[in-house]
Design a protein around this ligand. Structure first.
Ligand code: SAM
Length: 377
C-alpha cells in the first residue's frame, strides 16, 4: 500500500489529508465541506443514471478506476459523506426496519436467482472466496465458508450462533459437514425467515435436521437463554453502528472459552467510509468500517487474530451477481418493487457496478473484507 508522506504534525493542518481524527478543527471543517461537495457530485451522477442517463458499463468502470485510487491514497476523508459515518451510533444497529423494507425483504424471486440458490448453497449475500481457485459463484461461496470453519476452529458438537444468518446458507453448509453441530440463526428479515422455515420442512435440507433453531428478530433486541461455543457473523457489521454495544452483547452470548468470527467489508484507510447513494437507495445507514476499527474496540471481546481478504474476491462476486441480475430480467420485471421496474433496475445496476468496481480499484488492496477472530477479553 502507498501512503501519503507528509510530516504528521503538518498533516494535521491540511484539509483532506490523512486521519480525520487527528485534524485541527479548521482542517476538519474544511474536509467536511469538501466531502459534502464530493458526495453532491457523486449523487448528481447517480441520480442522472437512475433517471435514465445511458453510461456504458466500461465507461462507468473506467471513471471509478480513474478517481478511486486518488481518494483512497490521498484524500480518504472525502469518502465519509456524513459525520455519522465517523462516529459510533446510539443504537447497535441503525434503521433496521427501513433496511428490511428497502433491501432484505425485496421480492425474493429477484434476490434469490441473483445470489444463487443451489442444493446446499442457499442464497448467500456476502463475499465468495475466489482466490482458492473457485470456478463458479457456488464454489466460491463453499470455499468462503470452508475458510470460516477453519479460522473459527469449528468442531463437531459445537453450538454456533449465526448473528444475521441471511437465508441460512452458512448454517446449512456447516450442518452438512458436521453431524453433531447445532446452529442457531438470527435474522430480522421476514422474507428470509420464511425461506428458512420452508427449508426446515424440507427433508432434503440440513435445516430440517432438528439441529437448526431460527429466531426472527432484531440484533438490537437479541437475547438467548443459552451460551454458544462459537459465534459467527458474516456481512452484517456494515449495519452495526455501535461496535462497543455489539461486542458487549456478543460477549454475553459466548461461553467463557468461546470464539467469535466477524467477517465484514472493510477499508484500509484511517476512517470509516460510506456512500450517499447506497445510504439513500440500498443500505440505509450502511457503513464500511476501517480495517483497524474492530481491534481498536477491545472491551468485552478482544481480537486475537485478523485477516485482510483482497477486494478482487468481492469484485468477482458482485460481477457474478450483476450478470445473474441482468440475465433474470424477463422473470423479475413484473414483481412489485414499490416503484416502476425500469427505475428499480437502474438503481440496482448502479449499485452492483459501483461496489463491484470499487473493490477492484488499487488491485483490491484498499477496499476488501476483514475477518476478526475474537475471544472474551
Ligand atoms: C448482507 S446480509 C448477510 C447474510 C448472511 N450472513 C450471508 O452471508 O448470506 C445481512 C443480513 O443481516 C440481517 N440483518 C441486518 N440488520 C439486521 C438487524 N438489525 N437485525 C437482524 N438481522 C439483521 C439481514 O436481514 C441479512 O440477512
Amino acid at each position: 500500500m502507498t501512503s501519503t508522506r507528509v510530516v504528521p504534525s503538518l498533516q494535521n493542518h491540511i484539509p483532506i489529508v490523512g486521519d480525520m481524527g487527528n485534524q485541527s478543527p479548521v482542517a476538519y471543517k474544511a474536509t467536511r465541506l469538501m466531502a459534502g461537495a464530493v458526495n453532491l457530485t457523486q449523487m448528481a451522477l447517480a441520480e442522472a443514471y437512475v433517471n435514465g442517463l445511458e453510461i456504458p458499463d466500461s465507461i462507468f468502470r473506467s471513471l471509478l478506476h480513474a478517481t478511486m485510487p486518488a481518494l483512497f491514497q490521498h484524500a480518504p476523508g472525502l469518502l465519509a459523506p456524513y459525520e455519522w459515518v465517523l462516529q459510533e451510533a446510539d443504537h447497535l444497529a441503525e434503521s433496521s426496519k427501513e433496511l428490511m423494507k428497502v433491501q432484505y425483504d425485496l421480492p425474493q424471486a429477484m434476490l434469490n436467482p441473483m445470489l444463487g440458490d443451489w442444493q446446499v448453497i442457499y442464497p448467500k449475500y456476502s463475499m465468495g472466496l475466489w482466490e482458492h481457485g473457485a470456478v463458479s459463484l457456488e464454489q466460491s461461496q463453499m470455499h468462503m465458508i470452508d475458510q470460516v470453519i477453519e479460522r473459527l476452529g469449528i468442531k463437531d458438537g459445537d453450538h454456533i450462533l449465526d448473528f444475521g444468518c441471511g437465508w441460512g446458507c452458512v448454517p446449512n453448509y456447516i450442518l452438512s459437514k458436521f453431524p453433531n453441530v447445532r446452529m442457531t440463526g438470527l435474522n430480522l428479515s421476514h422474507q428470509q425467515c420464511e425461506y428458512m422455515r420452508r427449508k426446515m420442512e424440507d427433508p432434503e435440507s440440513y435445516l430440517s435436521s432438528g439441529r437448526f433453531t431460527l429466531h426472527e428478530g432484531d440484533l438490537n433486541k437479541a437475547d438467548f437463554a443459552e451460551k454458544f461455543d462459537k459465534i459467527l457473523s458474516v456481512g452484517v457489521f456494515c449495519h452495526v453502528g455501535n461496535l462497543t454495544s455489539a461486542f458487549q452483547k456478543l460477549a454475553s452470548f459466548l461461553k467463557s472459552d468461546g470464539k467469535v468470527l466477524i467477517h465484514i467489508i472493510t477499508v484500509r484507510i484511517p476512517n470509516n467510509m460510506s456512500s450517499g447513494f447506497t445510504h439513500k437507495y440500498i443500505f440505509p445507514h450502511g457503513r464500511y468500517w476501517n480495517h483497524d476499527a474492530i481491534p481498536s474496540h477491545n472491551c468485552d471481546l478482544k481480537t486475537i487474530d485478523r485477516w485482510y481478504i483482497n477486494g478482487i474476491n468481492y469484485h468477482k462476486t458482485l460481477t457474478a451477481w450483476l450478470e445473474r441480475f441482468d440475465a433474470s430480467q424477463e422473470s423479475v420485471k413484473s414483481l412489485d418493487y414499490g416503484m416502476d421496474y425500469a427505475r428499480f433496475r437502474r438503481i440496482w445496476r448502479f449499485y452492483l457496478l459501483l461496489l463491484g468496481t470499487i473493490f477492484a480499484t488499487c488491485d483490491g488492496e484498499y477496499n476488501g473484507n476483514g475477518q476478526y477472530l475474537m475471544t472474551h477479553s
